[in-house]
Design a protein around this ligand. Structure first.
Ligand code: FAD
Ligand code: 2MC
Length: 368
């Protein structure tokens, strides 16, 4: 499996990453080919077209994809998070209708939690879902939604009850629903190979069968999806950074200054040692967290948060150091390292900021 994913990343992602970043191309056709390899339903059950991998193996897939193109890999991660949520929590009707095509990536998905006034404090969302007979009517605005405008299914968290986390439910909203519209594609520092838009819901009606789980379970469903998402985003950082560190190592060997290769300078050797150690420490914590999630371990939530914070911070620093070791060339687009640095920066912010990861870890430490 990993060999096939590596081949795919080398053939379909790496050669085009620069152009996709510059021209803001979301490569839907390439995603469909990724679907043929099973990459749309990595941990969806096999009866609905998934390949049922454990999280640890899925994380290894994201490392390989991100070595080719971090931004595309990260979208594949979000899509898989939604596919898993549908597989685990949706009604049989919705699973049968959506999962085969989601698993094959013939249909693409977005995850809609954040709102203009509720990001880290996700339980404060205001989008409402009002029951009307056999339907729900959704109204509100979702902010920063990855893939929005180009995807087919929107997993929307909305309020059906009181003002806290227990008042939230989750719904699968098809893209062609009347009343659903999208904002402009945001101009951003990285992640240019996938669009980010507002999702606007103006009295969007969905059948009650499109609710995932029971009323009031939506926040828990959203968070359970994010546990795996956080591992995968960390895996994307690890893939991007390991590629950048390899490029820096090659550059140190090749570049001559002061009569010898840069690799002969001990200051740079030590920098490389620190970067390599960061990569390996990241790999260990990531595997530990993914295994905890696979085993349903009681400390899985905090381990996923730890891994997300540690790996995305360490790998951003390693990629940025790789840029520095390239000197001026690191700043040029054609070397690719500056793109990886820009793409990795946002992993410290999304899927829960690294401050929120520390909130989760410290709460567990203090309660435990
Ligand atoms: P805020 O919550 O306003 O935070 C501002 C700052 O305050 C941060 O540094 C934060 O860490 C800090 N802070 C807040 N509360 C605390 C606290 N209690 N203790 C310490 N520090 C705190 N969301 C989706 O739902 N779906 C998507 O597909 C999606 N894709 C995204 C793609 C991109 C490119 C970006 C940039 C964001 C995306 N997001 C998505 C949203 C993302 O998850 C949020 O931006 C993130 O959770 C932070 O929320 P916020 O931007 O509202 O920041
Ligand atoms: N896994 C499982 N359950 C969880 C959970 C997790 N990771 N986090 C919270 N819960 C449960 C929790 O156990 C509680 O359940 P119960 O009521 O049965 O006790 C319930 O959810 C409410 O949790 P809290 O009481 O901890 O809620 P609080 O409001 O204090 O804080 C916090 C929750 C800050 C951890 C949460 O709001 C959070 O994770 N914020 C960050 C938001 C975020 O990650 N956004 C990412 C958007 S997606 C994205 O960026 C993409 C690119 C796709």
């Amino acid at each position: 499996m990993i060999a096939a994913v590596r081949k795919f990343a080398e053939a379909e992602l790496a050669p085009y990453a620069q152009e996709r970043d510059e021209k803001k191309i979301f490569p839907v056709d390439v995603l469909q080919r990724a679907g043929e390899l099973g990459l749309g339903g990595l941990y969806v059950g096999e009866e609905h077209g998934g390949i049922g991998l454990p999280r640890r193996a899925a994380a290894a897939v994201f490392v390989e994809l991100a070595r080719g193109d971090t931004a595309v890999a990260a979208y594949v991660s979000i899509h898989n998070m939604v596919a898993w949520m549908v597989d685990t929590f949706a009604t049989d009707e919705v699973r049968a209708a959506w999962l085969p095509e989601l698993s094959a990536m013939q249909k693409l998905a977005s995850y809609c939690l954040t709102e203009p006034d509720a990001g880290s404090d996700a339980a404060a969302i205001r989008t409402s879902a009002r029951r009307d007979g056999d339907e729900y009517v959704l109204r509100g605005v979702k902010q920063f939604i990855s893939g929005a405008g180009s995807t087919d299914a929107y997993l929307v968290m909305a309020r059906t009850g009181g003002p806290d986390a227990r008042g939230i439910s989750a719904f699968l909203v098809p893209a062609d629903s009347e009343g659903l519209s999208f904002g402009a594609n945001e101009r951003k520092m990285g992640w240019n190979a996938q669009p980010t838009r507002q999702v606007v819901l103006e009295d969007v009606r969905v059948p009650a069968s499109h609710r995932l789980g029971e009323e009031g379970e939506g926040f828990s469903i959203a968070m359970r999806g994010l546990n795996g998402g956080r591992i995968n985003i960390a895996a994307c950082s690890l893939g991007g950074a390991s590629w950048a560190v390899e490029r820096a190592t090659a550059h140190l060997r090749e570049r001559i200054a002061f009569g010898k290769p840069l690799s002969a300078q001990q200051a740079l050797q030590f920098k490389l040692a620190d970067m390599t150690t960061s990569i390996e420490a990241s790999r260990c914590l990531l595997e530990r967290a993914a295994t905890a999630l696979d085993e349903g371990s009681p400390d899985a939530v905090q381990l996923c948060a730890m891994a997300k914070q540690f790996v995305t911070d360490q790998c951003f620093e390693a990629a940025n150091a790789a840029l520095q070791l390239h000197g001026g060339y690191g700043y040029l687009a054609e070397y690719g390292v500056e793109r990886v640095v820009r793409d990795l920066r946002v992993h410290q912010i999304l899927e829960g900021t690294n401050e929120i990861m520390r909130v989760i870890v410290s709460r567990a430490a203090l309660e435990g």
